[in-house]
Design a protein around this ligand. Structure first.
Ligand SMILES: NC(=O)c1ccc[n+]([C@@H]2O[C@H](COP(=O)([O-])OP(=O)(O)OC[C@H]3O[C@@H](n4cnc5c(N)ncnc54)[C@H](OP(=O)(O)O)[C@@H]3O)[C@@H](O)[C@H]2O)c1
Length: 281
């Protein structure tokens, strides 16, 4: 899908430090540079593995890389924290006294509230919390963002522009971030289970695994694309596939009798509860 929401040079006034440029960080760097939002020379990527940084510098010409987190944040107007939660304490302690008090901190750390980030960086640091998902790696992410107490409209704009470079962005209240984690943050796992099940179903009916896997994944991708591009309610799209007395309605009836919807609603509720519990640990 094309994302026309980002225009070139929208981040030209920023210097962005990406602290912990692994899967998510690298995809955000790629999104910003490919969308021409920012000159690559104004993006600084860090991680501990120098060889991985060299590979990234080769991939994105002009990107600056360093293993020195402090040097990176010193000149940053925006700091993207894309480390794992277990590295948070160490990295925040290392950089907190070296970034500008006005620098925007955008965190993708699952379960870490804006309040905790503000306390960690100093109470008036502008922070935005984001919950992306792994399809961001192919520029089709679904990301929710929520502002901290000291983040204004311009901070939210910067965060939105960065994540729109790798997919769709919604803004939500922080209290709903656990629900976002249960739905879109964890959602790819449910969809992969569905693709796997559909593939097995095809194999059971005699299709080769390769053919079944291609048909299953493309069916999910195409159905999602049709829903997004037409904006039609999923129930209407489903009705359009279900011929009276036909095959699809027979399968729909079977899925309903097994409680597909309730199972999914309960699964998301369980993931939401788990996210909440993790925050309290
Ligand atoms: N993956 C998802 O579905 C998803 C969804 C939503 C949110 N998130 C959040 O995104 C964050 C990153 O996830 P990810 O999948 O991108 O993880 P990842 O690929 O492991 O990336 C984290 C990177 O941080 C680097 N790192 C570790 N310690 C560091 C340090 N002291 N200084 C600088 N860099 C350091 C690691 O590289 P080195 O070992 O080379 O240092 C690694 O490349 C997590 O907090 C996760 O909660 C992920």
């Amino acid at each position: 899908m094309d994302h026309d929401v980002t225009a070139p040079h929208m981040l030209d006034d920023e210097t962005v430090a990406v602290i912990g440029a692994g899967n998510i960080g690298r995809s955000l760097i790629g999104g910003m540079i490919r969308s021409d939002l920012i000159d690559p020379g104004r993006v600084i990527a860090t991680r501990r593995t120098a060889s991985a940084l060299e590979a990234m510098a080769d991939e994105f010409g002009g990107l600056r890389t360093t293993t020195d987190n402090v040097a990176a944040v010193r000149e940053a107007t925006t700091v993207l924290l894309t480390i794992k939660p277990q590295s948070r304490a160490e990295v925040v302690t290392e950089i907190r006294d070296h970034l500008s008090r006005t620098a925007l901190v955008i965190s993708v750390l699952a379960g870490i509230t804006t309040e905790r980030l503000q306390v960690a960086f100093g109470q008036d640091q502008p922070v935005v919390r984001a919950m992306p998902n792994t399809p961001a790696l192919v520029d089709e992410g679904a990301t929710a963002i929520t502002p901290g107490t000291y983040a204004g409209d311009e901070h939210l704009r910067v965060a939105r522009v960065i994540f729109e470079a790798v997919g769709q962005v919604v803004e939500t209240r922080e209290a709903l971030m656990d629900a976002v984690t249960g739905l879109s943050g964890s959602g790819p796992a449910y969809v992969y289970m569905f693709i796997e099940a559909l593939t097995d179903a095809g194999v059971k009916q005699g299709l080769s695994r390769d053919v079944a896997a291609t048909l299953a994944a493309q069916t999910v991708y195409g159905a999602a694309k049709l829903a997004i591009e037409t904006g039609k309610h999923p129930a209407i799209l489903r009705d359009e596939v279900t011929t009276p007395g036909g095959t699809a309605i027979a399968a729909v009836s079977e899925l309903e009798s097994r409680g597909l919807r309730t199972t999914i609603i309960n699964a998301v509720a369980t993931a939401t509860d788990r996210s909440q519990a993790l925050n309290e640990e």
